[in-house]
Design a protein around this ligand. Structure first.
Ligand SMILES: NC(=O)c1ccc[n+]([C@@H]2O[C@H](COP(=O)([O-])OP(=O)(O)OC[C@H]3O[C@@H](n4cnc5c(N)ncnc54)[C@H](OP(=O)(O)O)[C@@H]3O)[C@@H](O)[C@H]2O)c1
Length: 331
């Protein structure tokens, strides 16, 4: 069984690398700069629990042409959401009809985009709850805890053991939309983290930044309730408890353990995008809350403001303190 990771960047190299390190047949497809990085350094995969694995360059297959996906029995799509339609069009020309495709992306719409463009294939939506950073030396580090989620389907059966062997067991759900919304609620921290320019743990230690996230969450959860959508429980407590926990004073918040464990240096991919001068996924995260509000004849001013601030930061970077951002969102 050949697994192809399409759009192998941070998530793709980490998940594909763990599968390869545990004996699966994996081919990566992505950009020339990543192919060069892996050819120079090989892959190093580490996590917050102390796992540290290495794969030599000679043991890696990293292609830069979509044609390499023609071998896939299972294809993991790990491009950013804005790149999904283009990737799907490239894949439509090369995939076997029985290739199973899993979208391991944030956001709500990637599965539908893929299904429309790849009508012959089984397309499943997945969710990666943990965070991965790359240091440009072939090193990919999982900084927060979490297990891979995926839409339940019999087509996954042949691959379940491979993911478990890689230390990334698949948690299968009948209904993936509530899981995706739950992840999206967690991702509402992404713009706040990106604008703060701080590691997540440092940012969360500051009450004002926690209040910003709580406000964005309250707004989103009220809209979800109006739409009759109940987010799945992907934390140790129900998502509905999260805003109150974030509002706790520092000394009480420090005793809570509702959020996934994280490294002191873990950051969000939106922060990485701003650092790299690349467009962010803001339209597919807080932008979805704004769209949900519009569909209900409401507004979502806090999430809309976060979208606007990140758009501005994509053009012109500026760092916000917690009190500054809280004041801005309260205006
Ligand atoms: N990083 C995290 O910690 C994390 C955690 C959970 C979920 N996620 C989600 O996982 C998804 C992937 O994120 P990521 O951080 O891994 O992104 P990433 O590091 O940008 O990796 C995606 C890679 O795919 C490449 N690519 C884009 N279109 C392509 C195409 N048509 N053919 C081949 N390669 C293509 C990109 O190159 P270009 O940049 O040149 O387009 C990039 O190198 C996103 O939806 C993200 O929200 C990320």
């Amino acid at each position: 069984m050949t697994i192809v990771v399409y759009g192998a960047g941070d998530i793709g190299c980490y998940v594909g690398g763990r599968l390869l390190a545990s004996g699966s047949d994996v081919t990566f497809v992505g950009r020339r700069r990543m192919a060069d990085e892996l050819a120079d350094h090989g892959l190093r995969l580490s996590d917050y629990l102390g796992t540290d694995l290495r794969i030599e360059p000679g043991d890696l297959s990293y292609a830069t042409s979509p044609a390499a996906a023609s071998r896939a029995d299972l294809l993991l799509l790990t491009v950013k959401s804005a790149a999904t339609a283009t990737a799907a069009d490239e894949l439509a020309d090369v995939l076997k009809p029985d290739t199973v495709v899993i979208s391991f992306q944030n956001g709500l719409r990637n599965g539908a985009i893929l299904s429309t463009r790849l009508p012959a294939n089984t397309v499943l939506s997945g969710m990666v709850p943990f965070n991965v950073v790359n240091d440009a030396g072939g090193h990919f580090h999982q900084g927060t805890e979490g297990t891979l989620f995926v839409q339940r389907d019999p087509a996954l059966t042949p691959y379940e053991r491979a993911f478990a062997r890689a230390g990334l067991p698949l948690l299968e759900h009948d209904e993936i939309l509530p899981v995706q919304w739950a992840k999206l609620l967690l991702n509402l921290i992404n713009p706040i983290n990106a604008l703060s320019d701080l590691p997540m743990q440092t940012q969360l230690s500051q009450h004002a930044f926690r209040l910003c996230w709580a406000a964005a969450l309250d707004e989103a959860m009220n809209l979800l309730a109006m739409a009759g959508i109940e987010p799945a429980q992907i934390l140790r407590s129900p998502m509905s408890h999260l805003p109150d926990i974030l509002r706790l004073p520092d000394f009480l918040y420090r005793r809570s353990d509702v959020l996934p464990r994280m490294d002191p240096l873990a950051r969000t991919s939106m922060w990485q995008d701003l650092q790299a001068g690349q467009p962010t996924e803001i339209d597919y995260l807080n932008g979805e809350v704004v769209r949900l509000a519009e569909s209900l004849g409401r507004t979502a001013p806090i999430n809309a403001r976060l979208v606007a601030l990140v758009r501005a930061a994509e053009r012109n970077r500026r760092t916000w303190t917690g009190p500054e951002l809280l004041h801005e969102l309260g205006r």
